[in-house]
Design a binder for this molecule. Structure first.
Ligand code: ZN
Length: 384
């Protein structure tokens, strides 16, 4: 069966495609499809509205409900302003590690899928095995929902979804949900010596930010001592904040983005309701002064949480193959939450450490891929 050298060669090929989320992933999708179709895989592409990115869903085995999904995202985070010692899009081996953007998050898992596809295809499959490769995961899991919708429409209804995000092959059965919100406050420019002649978007934003700060301080109150999450309560952070152009001009625009991460059982909309109300009141008050002023709140993403401890088929399979029986939950969101919400039981388990994801000089230990070869051999042997 497949050896480590095949996996490494495929990973090197995958790293060679610069699939930073802002670019098209179609060259990579073409390449993957060209490997899988000759093996008998049945491909379906699900494109974004602009037609420059696509999810690739490939089915092996019969067109029936049930079966297994192996899922991974094809996009990677940017390398801008990061201090790389090697070309991030040309895989480099050194000291038992493979360096390159996406080696860990998460083309290593895709390389394993591709390396083992010929052997999966040869199994006498009575239930399907699906590959689900998505786009735009790194910008808020925006691609996968289209593919999940397509699966539902096609009646695929898999029993188990295996999302190969980097977990050092530990079985992660829970993650928080993430809601990402953008707020744009529009004011009216005037000389800063005459503030009565305009509206400072920055001052208005400060009031809104203070309200968020109060909400954020309140969240830790919701600590659940039994929770497997760290920290064991919802968190709210303001990741971006920009406003104004000069010290002597009232800011015309102030924009900020915040993320709210909730463990299962919390309703992010309910938590944010007082803030949304304040924003609407402020918007009305500003528009009454000058029609061009106001506050715009835009929900960018809302990735649902993955609920741990549900003991489903995905978890049972991953535990049987890895031998990891610990209950693990993480604070980052993945497509697993989206599959889970759609009624498809999902777990996260894959090669490499999340510590190396998104960093300059991202790498994967070759030992992690080698462990993957052993795991996939066991997986293939179980497919029927
Ligand atoms: Zn990832």
């Amino acid at each position: 069966m497949t050896d480590l050298a095949t996996v490494t060669r495929l990973l090197s090929d995958l790293i060679g495609f610069d699939t930073t989320s802002r670019y098209s992933n179609l060259a990579l999708i073409d390449w993957i499809e060209a490997q899988l179709v000759p093996l008998g895989g049945h491909p379906i592409r699900i494109e974004n509205s602009e037609g420059n990115k696509a999810n690739l869903w490939v089915r092996f085995g019969p067109d029936l409900p049930g079966g297994l999904v192996l899922s991974g995202h094809t996009d990677v985070v940017p390398v801008d302003d990061q201090d790389w010692h090697t070309d991030p899009f040309s895989m480099t081996e050194k000291d038992g590690k493979l360096f390159g953007r996406g080696t860990c998050d998460m083309k290593g898992f895709i390389a394993l899928c591709l390396a083992f596809a010929p052997f999966m295809a040869k199994r006498p499959l009575t239930r399907p095995v699906h590959f689900a490769f998505s786009f735009d995961e790194e910008v808020g899991c925006q691609g996968a929902p289209l593919m999940i919708q397509k699966m539902i429409e096609a009646g695929a209804r898999p029993d188990a979804v295996w999302v190969g995000e980097p977990t050092l092959w530990q079985v992660v059965s829970g993650h928080k949900g993430i809601m990402l919100t953008e707020v744009v406050v529009t004011g009216r420019e005037a000389h800063s010596s005459l503030p009565q002649l305009g509206v400072s978007a920055n001052w208005e934003a400060v009031d809104l930010l203070s309200a968020l700060r109060a909400l954020e301080r309140d969240l830790a109150r919701h600590t659940d001592p039994e929770s497997p999450f760290d920290p064991p309560y919802p968190t709210l952070t303001i990741g971006e904040l920009q406003g104004g152009t000069a010290t002597n001009i009232l800011a015309r625009e102030c924009k900020f983005l915040f993320d709210l991460r909730c463990p299962p059982g919390f309703d992010p909309d309910a938590i944010l309701a007082p803030f949304i109300e304040l924003a609407a009141r402020t918007d009305k008050a500003l528009k009454a002064k000058y029609p061009e002023c106001g506050v715009r709140v835009k929900k960018l993403t809302n990735v649902p949480p993955l609920t741990p401890g549900e003991h489903n088929a995905a978890e049972a399979l991953a535990r049987a193959l890895t031998g990891d029986n610990a209950l693990r939950a993480v604070a980052y969101a993945t497509e697993a939450g989206q599959f889970h919400q759609a009624g498809m039981p999902a777990i996260i388990c894959g090669p490499g450490s999340i510590d190396q994801a998104h960093t300059p000089n991202e790498f994967i230990d070759i030992a992690q891929l080698s462990e993957g070869v052993t795991l996939f051999q066991k997986l293939v042997a179980r497919l029927n």
